[in-house]
Write a protein that binds this ligand. Structure first.
Ligand SMILES: Nc1nc2c(ncn2[C@@H]2O[C@H](COP(=O)(O)OP(=O)(O)OP(=O)(O)O)[C@@H](O)[C@H]2O)c(=O)[nH]1
Ligand SMILES: [Mg+2]
Length: 389
């Protein structure tokens, strides 16, 4: 810009040698004002990173093998130098690989194709075998076939599943050379890559899941006991995606807690936010029912939540659990707490997530509950994994 101003000033002084400095300044400024700043190529914010996808159906095609070549060599003094068709290269596999850099399935394409192997050519040139196509998915991704059979459970960083195997390359006519057949006129086509229609589902990895009606204070509780920062607001369905936080203890024990979006009566019939996110609860070892004490019949919330879980998957409501009665700081809470205790047979922990009342006791209870059941759950998980493999 400085160069431009200097050039403009020089041009003006050569046009009007006696022009005053003021005249030159004004004229240069007027001319410069016609030059608008360049607009950015794309908008600054994109919504892509924000939207969370936990289920996708993907059609996977392994790369086809390259075709073998049919060719006969000819040299200046050798007219029939024999077959020299090279083999085709193998097609690349399509591999799903778990990565802790990924948090959602939003970038997963609905069709993924492996790379086709290169065809063989004459002079015994074999086609190149293609590299595999890697698809990164978040930890906790479960891959199953369309008939519901679980094929892979990618729990740790680096776990992988070959979704579509590449086809083998076809053999060129050189391969078929034998004493009986000195001039084979046959070459193979590359094999087709494997095709699979897969269901890719993300199940959040957390030890403890927070279940409750909208506005019960699940997100407030997660903010109070972990460093996670889910949005908190006084309207229902503030949380739309599961949020995971880590509860840390002074002896370095860590327990992951997931805030699951609010459930309502009829969630199993897809009411409210529906039941699709209940898949995230399936991996939790323990559940915390967060009950809102500002309601007059708080025990109905607990029963409704249990019913919804059971409707989603049999036996889900029988997981080790605790009842957490939140908002004990409110004036109506005391009376409602007594009603709740009278109607349920589980121990009830009264807390106030917002005012940080009873949180230490709650954390210790969660730890004890988790440690009591963790080893059993781990055993079940490994058994499940062995069955899959
Ligand atoms: N008085 C009082 N208010 C609370 C307490 N905990 C949460 N709240 C309020 O309850 C409202 C809802 O809190 P959230 O944490 O967003 O509730 P949620 O269960 O995550 O709600 P959804 O995300 O919609 O399912 C907010 O206005 C909070 O300030 C509490 O212990 N005492
Ligand atoms: Mg919330």
């Amino acid at each position: 810009m400085k160069t431009f101003v200097t050039c403009a000033r020089l041009a003006l002084t050569s046009w009007k040698p006696n022009a005053s400095r003021e005249f030159i300044r004004k004229t240069v400024k007027a001319r410069l004002s016609t030059y608008k700043p360049l607009l950015p190529e794309s908008n600054k914010g994109t919504t892509e990173a924000k939207y969370f996808v936990d289920y996708k159906e993907v059609e996977v095609f392994g790369g086809d093998g390259g075709d073998g070549c049919m060719s006969f060599a000819k040299y200046p003094h050798v007219e029939f130098a024999g077959p020299d068709g090279g083999d085709g290269g193998n097609g690349g596999h399509v591999i799903f690989i778990a990565s802790n850099m990924k948090k959602s399935l939003n970038k997963l394409e609905s069709t993924v194709k492996g790379i086709r192997g290169i065809d063989g050519t004459s002079r015994n040139c074999h086609g190149a075998t293609m590299t595999h196509t890697y698809i990164q998915v978040p930890l906790g991704t479960v891959i199953s076939s369309t008939n519901g059979q679980e094929l892979a459970n990618l729990e740790c960083d680096g776990d992988y599943y070959v979704g579509g195997r590449g086809g083998a390359g076809g053999r060129g006519n050189k391969f078929f050379l034998s004493n009986e057949n000195r001039a084979p006129t046959v070459a193979e086509k590359g094999a087709k890559g494997e095709y699979q229609h897969l269901r890719v589902e993300l199940r959040t990895m957390a030890n403890v899941g927070l279940i409750g009606f909208p506005n019960a204070g699940k997100s407030t509780l997660l903010r109070s006991i972990t460093r996670a920062k889910p949005k908190v607001a006084a309207y229902p369905f503030t949380t739309r995606n599961p949020f995971v936080g880590i509860m840390e203890f002074s002896d370095h024990v860590q327990i992951t807690v997931a805030d699951i979006p609010g459930l309502i009566t009829g969630a199993h019939k897809n009411m409210g936010l529906g039941f699709s996110f209940l898949q995230h609860i399936q991996r939790c070892t323990c559940l915390l029912y967060v009950i809102d004490l500002s309601y007059t019949e708080p025990w109905t919330q607990y029963k409704a939540l249990q019913y919804e879980l059971e409707q989603y998957k049999e036996g889900l409501s029988t997981r080790p659990c605790l009842i957490v009665a939140n908002k004990v700081d409110l004036s109506v809470a005391k009376q409602n707490l007594d009603v709740l205790k009278a109607h349920v047979d589980l121990p009830v922990l009264a807390i106030s997530a917002a005012k940080k009342i009873g949180l230490e006791e709650l954390m210790m209870e969660i730890r004890q509950l988790y440690e009591r059941h963790a080893s059993k759950a781990d055993k079940e998980k490994t058994e499940e994994r062995n069955k899959v493999s």
